[in-house]
Design a binder for this molecule. Structure first.
Ligand SMILES: Cc1cc2nc3c(=O)[nH]c(=O)nc-3n(C[C@H](O)[C@H](O)[C@H](O)COP(=O)(O)OP(=O)(O)OC[C@H]3O[C@@H](n4cnc5c(N)ncnc54)[C@H](O)[C@@H]3O)c2cc1C
Length: 359
C-alpha cells in the first residue's frame, strides 16, 4: 500500500508543493468512490499527478463497508457485475472486471440464490472485493502519482483568473484554501455535486434534475450460523430488495454469520424520516418471516443511505467537461445506472482529458 493512503486533512496538496514551478497541469478530484478512483488511476498511469479529496475516512463511497461486532460487511453495493445483456458498450467493463480478478483485487462469487418466493435462481457472475468491496478502490489509488486527502470535505470550487491562466481554487468547510488547480473533477452524487458547481449554473442545473433513491440497510450478525444453505435472496417483495449472506463471500472467514438486508427504494422513501429503531424492527421482521423463525441476531446495525442509486441524465458523452474553466463532472448519474455507469463515465472523461493534454 502506498504511503499516500495515510494522508489526511493535514496533508498539503502536492500540486502546490512538490511540483512547485512545474508547468505540468495540476488535477484535483473531489470524491474517492469508484468514479473518482478509476479516473485518478487513469490519469496517474498517464503520468499526471492527482490530488484526490474525500470527505470520509476511507475510499469507496457507495461501495463502503461497515463494522458489525468484530466483522466487516459490505454496507453499500453488494458486488460488481456487468449488465445481464452483454453488448459492445459494456465489453470494456467486463474485461476490466476480469483484469481486476486476475490481479487478485476481486473474487468471483456465484451464491446459492433464491427469489423471495423461495424458488432457485440461475447463477450470475458477481465480483466481490477481498474482505470488502472498498478494497478495490484502495487498490486503484495505490499509485505514486495519487495523493489522497481523506476527511476533507470540499465546500467550494472558485474560478480564478491569473497570470498563469484560468485556475480553480478549492476550499474546505473551514474556508481553508487547499490550492489552485488547472483541472478539477467533481466525482460525487448529484445532490453533493450541485453546490460545488455554483460557478457554472448550466452544469449545476443539470445536477439538480437528478433524483436519488434512498435505501435503508440492516446488517445482522449471528454467532451461530443460520440453518439455511441459501446465500442470496432477491426479486419481488413488498419491503425487501435483496438479502445477502455477506459472510459467505469468497475470501472472507468471519466468526459470525453476517447478513445484509437492503430495503426497496419505494419502501425506503416512504420510511425515509422514520426512527431507525422502527425501520430496523420492520426489516428484522421481514427477514425472520423469509427465513421462518431464526434466532435473534447477536449484533445489528441499521443505516439509511440517502443516495444509493439514482435517475440518470444518460448523456452520450457520459460526463460533463468545460474546457474553458477546466471543471468536469463524472459519476453514475451522467452515464446510466449504478457502478457500471460510474466506471464508464470516469473512463470516458479520462480519454477526453488525456487527449486534450496531448494537443
Ligand atoms: C445500498 C446500495 C446498493 C446499491 N446497489 C447497486 C446495484 O445493485 N447495482 C448497481 O449498479 N449499483 C448499486 N449501487 C450504486 C453504486 O454503488 C453506485 O452507483 C457507485 O458506487 C457510485 O460510485 P461513484 O464513484 O459515482 O459515487 P460515490 O460512490 O457516491 O462516490 C462519491 C464520493 O464523493 C465523496 N464526497 C461527496 N461530497 C464530497 C465533498 N464535498 N468533498 C469531498 N468528498 C465528497 C463521498 O464521500 C463519496 O466517497 C448501490 C448503492 C448502495 C448505497
Amino acid at each position: 500500500m502506498s504511503s499516500s493512503l495515510a494522508s489526511s486533512a493535514a496533508t498539503k496538496p502536492s500540486s502546490n508543493t512538490a511540483k512547485g514551478e512545474s508547468s505540468a497541469p495540476t488535477f484535483a478530484i473531489i470524491g474517492a468512490g469508484l468514479a473518482g478512483c478509476t479516473l485518478a488511476r487513469q490519469l496517474a498511469e498517464a503520468g499526471c499527478h492527482v490530488d484526490l479529496f474525500e470527505k470520509s475516512r476511507g475510499t469507496g463511497g457507495r461501495l463502503a463497508s461497515c463494522r458489525i461486532g468484530n466483522e466487516t460487511a459490505d454496507l453499500g453495493a453488494s458486488w460488481l457485475e456487468w449488465e445481464a445483456k452483454s453488448t459492445a458498450h459494456n465489453l470494456p467493463f467486463q474485461d476490466w472486471l476480469s483484469e481486476q480478478e486476475a490481479a487478485g483485487h476481486l473474487h468471483l462469487w456465484q451464491p446459492i440464490t433464491q427469489n423471495f418466493q423461495r424458488e432457485a435462481q440461475p447463477e450470475r457472475r458477481r465480483y466481490v472485493g477481498h474482505n470488502r468491496l472498498s478494497a478495490l478502490t484502495r487498490s486503484l489509488i495505490d499509485h505514486a502519482n495519487i495523493q489522497l486527502h481523506s476527511e476533507v470535505r470540499i465546500e467550494s470550487v472558485i474560478p480564478k483568473i491569473g497570470a498563469q491562466g484560468n485556475r480553480l481554487l478549492l476550499t474546505d468547510t473551514s474556508h481553508q484554501e487547499l490550492g489552485k488547480f488547472d483541472q478539477v473533477i467533481v466525482a460525487t452524487p448529484a445532490p453533493q455535486a450541485a453546490p460545488l458547481l455554483k460557478a457554472e449554473p448550466a452544469l449545476q442545473a443539470l445536477a439538480q434534475q437528478v433524483q436519488p433513491d434512498a435505501c435503508w440497510t440492516l446488517v445482522l450478525g449471528f454467532e451461530t450460523p443460520l440453518s439455511t444453505p441459501i446465500e442470496l435472496f432477491e426479486g419481488e417483495h413488498p419491503i425487501l430488495r435483496r438479502v445477502v449472506r455477506d459472510s459467505r463471500k469468497p475470501g472472507r472467514h468471519p466468526a459470525e454469520d453476517v447478513w445484509v438486508i437492503q430495503a426497496r427504494a419505494d419502501w425506503s422513501l416512504q420510511m425515509v424520516d422514520d426512527e431507525k429503531e422502527h425501520v430496523q424492527k420492520d426489516l428484522e421482521h421481514a427477514f425472520h418471516q423469509l427465513l421462518q423463525s431464526q434466532p435473534k441476531a447477536d449484533n445489528a446495525r441499521c443505516h439509511r443511505w440517502l443516495y444509493s442509486t439514482c435517475t440518470s441524465l444518460n448523456l452520450d458523452s457520459g460526463f460533463l467537461h468545460d474546457p474553458q474553466t477546466g471543471l468536469s463532472v463524472c459519476g453514475d448519474w451522467l452515464a446510466g445506472f449504478g457502478f457500471e455507469a460510474s466506471w464508464q463515465s470516469a473512463m470516458a472523461l479520462s480519454h477526453t482529458l488525456l487527449s486534450e493534454l496531448k494537443r
